[in-house]
Design a protein around this ligand. Structure first.
Ligand code: CMC
Length: 424
């Protein structure tokens, strides 16, 4: 048997049996190997070498620094689009026509309110200083009890109704969580505003006096688009895993919020601010970099599992940061950040390991200058990522994917007899 070029052949040395599996879309179908492998399993903790699905949503090429949603470059979307339009693109696969756009934005705008019971009774049940991300995660899960029809996941129309509700209500719940956390009165969503302006007003308005500067609205819009999807990251994988059990979308997105809450995933931009504050002045950058090279900690906001080039999102955020600082005044930590980047990118330690600034390196500086406390950074990430989570949830259901249920390699004790407590 002659193997075709685009295939992998594996031989089971126990039996001499061989199987040839074609390479399709850069992957090989693991199920084709099952017959040969018997009770031998792939061992892949962290799923670092496993493609858990096929997807048509986001293309990420870490070597070339490319990120595209449904084929559209992130740079063009960040400059020209809005989060609701990007959400339409991610979920439906195409940019909307004007009529589709208007209908979609109308739907989202008219589902922004959250039930009074939710605001008064669910949030009030938490401690006065509850972290906004904890409130948001619990709140999203709680929404499933307000919309029991969400369980009807087999109906595409019912699915779309929940998708619209979640995209519409996330900023409202996020702002409500912040106001609760600060002990401030809740601000109702204003349907006359666009998505990002409405959110900023719900966050910061006091007695109808707050009108956000257009540059700040643009920065929030850009950051939300940059965060909208990032293919099979930890939280998106959580949505797909929980969704594969046919849980409703609120419960599935709550699982994603839980994953995002972890400091390894959604919390790195907060760590960047702490690091910059710890460095404190530009003349200490060299010493800090030297300490990182000695293995005393990491440069936060640097490096990425997939990008081995400049993270395209970081470049866009860096430009947006300069525009924001012209309005808010320069964030005093910016000069330290710029010097840190310059020093690292001129140093062989970082160059040889292909460590470049990632999305988190400059985003925290922008958020801080706009007035967001660090506790809100992951919440902002969650608002932006919600359309991506839902696009993957919808795609996974349309693919009719089997329940996610991996195997394990058991390494514990062999069978043994129970010993009563008084004999141990
Ligand atoms: N500072 C200094 N050295 C680093 C850094 C860093 N930030 N990141 C990686 N390295 C070194 C690491 O020590 C290792 O060196 P050596 O080969 O000598 O042992 C080499 O580079 C490879 O690192 P790794 O740990 O194998 O890389 P990874 O792909 O497992 O980790 C990462 C990726 C993002 C967790 C890591 O780069 C990191 O910890 N960065 C700082 C935290 C951060 O900014 N996270 C935000 C990620 S972007 C947001 C998101 O998408 O969720």
């Amino acid at each position: 048997m002659r193997a075709v070029a685009d295939s992998i052949t594996i031989t089971d040395n126990r039996s001499g049996d061989r199987v040839e599996v074609p390479i399709v879309n850069g992957g090989v179908d693991a199920t084709a190997w099952r017959e040969l492998l018997g009770d031998v399993w792939f061992h892949d903790p962290g799923l670092t070498t496993t493609a858990s699905t096929t997807s048509e949503i986001t293309e990420l090429d870490g070597d070339r620094g490319i990120l595209r949603y449904r084929g559209y470059p992130i740079e063009q979307l960040a400059e020209q689009s809005t989060l609701p339009e990007v959400a339409y693109l991610l979920i439906h696969g195409e940019l909307p026509t004007q009529a589709q756009h208007d209908a979609w934005v109308h739907e989202i705008t008219h589902h922004t309110f959250i039930h009074e019971n939710f605001r008064k009774r669910i949030f009030d049940a938490f401690n006065y200083n509850a972290h906004p991300m904890g409130l948001l995660t619990s709140g999203v899960a709680g929404l499933s009890t307000f919309y029991p029809e969400a369980k009807n996941i087999a109906d595409p129309e019912a699915r779309l109704a929940q998708i619209i509700r979640l995209i519409a209500k996330m900023p409202t719940m996020a702002a409500a969580a912040y106001r609760f956390f600060k002990g401030l009165p809740f601000v109702f969503p204003d349907n006359a505003d666009d998505y990002s302006t409405r959110f900023l007003k719900m966050m910061f308005d006091i007695s109808n006096t707050y009108e956000p500067h257009e540059v700040l609205v643009k920065a929030v819009r850009i950051l939300s688009i940059l965060h909208a999807d990032h293919e099979q990251n930890c939280s998106t994988t959580a949505v797909r895993v929980v969704g594969s059990a046919h849980a409703d979308p609120y419960t599935s997105v709550a699982a994603a919020c839980g994953a995002l809450y972890g400091p390894r995933h959604g919390g790195a931009n907060e760590a960047v601010l702490k690091m910059l504050a710890e460095i404190g002045s530009m003349d200490r950058v060299g010493d800090y970099v030297a300490a990182v090279k000695r293995g005393e900690g990491r440069l936060m906001g640097f490096g990425h599992r997939v990008y081995k080039n400049y993270d395209p999102r970081a470049r866009i955020i860096k430009d947006a940061a300069h525009a924001v600082f012209e309005v808010t005044g320069k964030n005093p930590l910016l000069d330290i950040a710029l010097k840190l980047e310059e020093t690292a990118l001129a140093d062989d330690y970082f160059v040889s390991r292909r460590l470049y600034p990632n999305v988190d390196f400059y985003s925290g500086l922008i958020y801080q200058s706009i007035g967001f406390p660090t506790d809100m950074f992951t919440v902002l990430f969650a608002i932006g990522r919600t359309p991506g989570w839902l696009a993957h949830w919808n795609e996974m259901l349309a693919q009719d994917q089997r329940i996610t249920r991996p195997r394990q390699l058991y390494a514990g004790p062999a069978g043994r007899d129970y010993v009563p407590l008084d004999q141990r």
